[in-house]
Design a protein around this ligand. Structure first.
Ligand SMILES: [Fe+2]
Ligand SMILES: [Fe+2]
Length: 277
């Protein structure tokens, strides 16, 4: 039905140029219907870093790719306290997107982005009542058979990363209720610099049936327990295939693929297909 490329945590300012140009080459090869970028465009929200991120977006658009992005915690200034509290996302809005809740509809698919970055809790993310209402209202206006995708920087769930568990988003219960009410089929996030996918019902009992997908960092030099990577996501009729494209020997190559199919109200791993080249 459609192919998405899911990039995250570009961190311009702490990036590697070789990875940036390899991402662009691989995205061109994949010919996605939409490129989603789930936040942390910059390392420290400096003007020069946003300028580089903006140039990256312009090249993406010049190559014919439609892009939907949300801010991450690193897109809010950390040390510039005045700017951090008075106009935390002014540079993001100037260089990346003035719209902090972007919405794109493709045939059969609806994609909504929500900003979870906050000035007060620099690292952790939150969601608020207005955003929850916005998620419900926006998806209520889409056709009932649309595949609904919600994009945030911070994952809604606590997740295993190496030997640690990362925290869930602030006000998680509020967010999960909205996700379930809105019939969200897939959640895309980043922040952990760790690619993973799960069925929500395996993470939290009352989470509903959404597919929970995290992208690694695509271009940052700061990695945790995985190489840089990004996801190619093929959405079909009642199936989703997620292929992790990982940095290896100077290129992004399809490393690992997981195919989920919808059965009995939740996503289940259907098979491990050979990653498509
Ligand atoms: Fe990050
Ligand atoms: Fe982050």
């Amino acid at each position: 039905m459609a192919r998405l490329v899911h990039l995250s945590d570009l961190h311009f300012g702490a990036h590697d140029e070789r990875l940036v140009s390899a991402v662009e080459t691989r995205v061109d090869e994949l010919e996605p219907n939409l490129v989603v970028i789930s936040g942390d465009f910059t390392q420290r929200a400096r003007t020069e870093q946003f300028r580089e991120a903006c140039q990256f977006l312009e090249r993406m658009q010049h190559s014919g790719h439609e892009v939907l992005g949300v801010p991450g915690n690193h897109d809010v200034p950390l040390y510039d306290v005045l700017r951090r509290f008075l106009s935390p996302l002014a540079r993001y809005r100037r260089f990346i997107d003035d719209n902090l809740c972007p919405f794109v509809e493709l045939p059969g698919i609806a994609v909504l982005g929500i900003n979870t970055a906050r000035s007060l809790t620099f690292k952790d993310g939150r969601i608020n009542q207005d955003q929850v209402a916005f998620i419900r209202d926006t998806f209520a206006r889409t056709p009932t058979d649309s595949f609904r995708i919600l994009v945030t920087h911070h994952p809604l769930f606590a997740l295993p990363v190496g030997d640690q568990i990362t925290p869930a988003i602030g006000r998680q219960e509020l967010a999960l209720d909205a996700v379930q009410d809105a019939g969200v089929d897939m959640l895309l996030a980043g922040h952990n610099h760790h690619a993973s996918s799960h069925s929500a019902s395996d993470l939290v009992t009352r989470a509903g049936g959404a597919l929970v997908v995290q992208a690694g960092t695509a271009t940052s030099t700061r990695i945790r327990d995985q190489q840089q990577s990004f996801n190619a996501i093929d959405v079909g009729d009642a199936s989703v295939t997620i292929t992790v494209n990982a940095w290896k020997n100077g290129h992004f190559v399809p490393l690992d693929a997981e195919r989920y199919s919808w059965a009995e109200g939740r996503w289940r791993v259907a098979s491990k297909p050979e990653p498509a080249h």
